[in-house]
Design a protein around this ligand. Sequence first.
Ligand code: NDP
Length: 281
Amino acid sequence: MTARLIDGRAVAADLRAALHSRIAGLGLTPGLAVVLVGDDPASAVYVRNKDRAAHSVGIAARTHRLPQATGEAELLALIAALNADDGVDGILLQLPLPAHLDASRAILAIDPAKDVDGLHPLNAGKLLAGNPSLAACTPLGVMKLLAAIDAAPAGKRALVLGRSVLVGRPLAALLTNADATVTLAHSRTRDLREECRRAEILVAAVGRAEMVRGDWIAAGAVVIDVGINRTADGRLVGDVAYDEALAVAGALTPVPGGVGPMTIACLLENTLTAALARRAL
Ligand code: NDP
């Protein structure tokens, strides 16, 4: 078997096009504020991409750059100003923050109605309760990729590998809400390979290059690779051994060009969702 490739770039382009026409039709300009603290080069690239994508669909994005040495009071003051700014519908705090800053305190300071990353405990709690309003972008992107290939999770055995607050936990909640039978696996999971082999939908979000081998995958399973890892020779690879998975899986996302573009498209969608909710539209 050769797996069907799931083209995240194409699905994301369709979502952006749909957002563009919805925003134009509504005649509004949602505002997105991106907060970037410090000079992490990868974060700078992500922020540039988000900024560009936002403008391409008619969202007014503005990046607020704070120096590496920014103190907590200064960061919280900026967040408070953005909460109060009527032109701002969404606030995205680019993570990771420099080590001296507490990310959870900063996230807690964001107005939940503007929390387009879906990381505020109120939004995470609503998602857990089965009543999400703004859900985390990467997990949302994974759900949209499943929908794009008609892989309905209802009744399926889904395994999420990785239990981070950013990806694994909210994705397990979304899959549960979509009626999958969900296993959330992590570094303390026993017999990980056997657990993975039982999954009809397998999502890897570990951050370990090519950890999931071909013999961890059930024949015909849908495999979504969230991982982004740089190898010693400079290649970008996922958490799944791509060539091996291709021979076993029923469908597979590539890295790059799978989940990554969906994360940004879902951020834009969340910004529109927040803008509509704030205007009671
Ligand atoms: P974290 O480091 O926060 O979490 C990693 C998770 O993987 C943890 O739950 C950890 O378990 C688990 N883990 C680590 N090693 C093992 C192991 N050997 N066996 C089993 N489980 C293990 O990572 P993130 O969730 O933030 O990111 C995961 C990956 O996804 C990264 O490569 C990141 O770059 C990528 N990513 C991609 C995005 C995209 O848009 N494509 C967006 C966000 C992330 P434990 O909890 O027990 O420590």
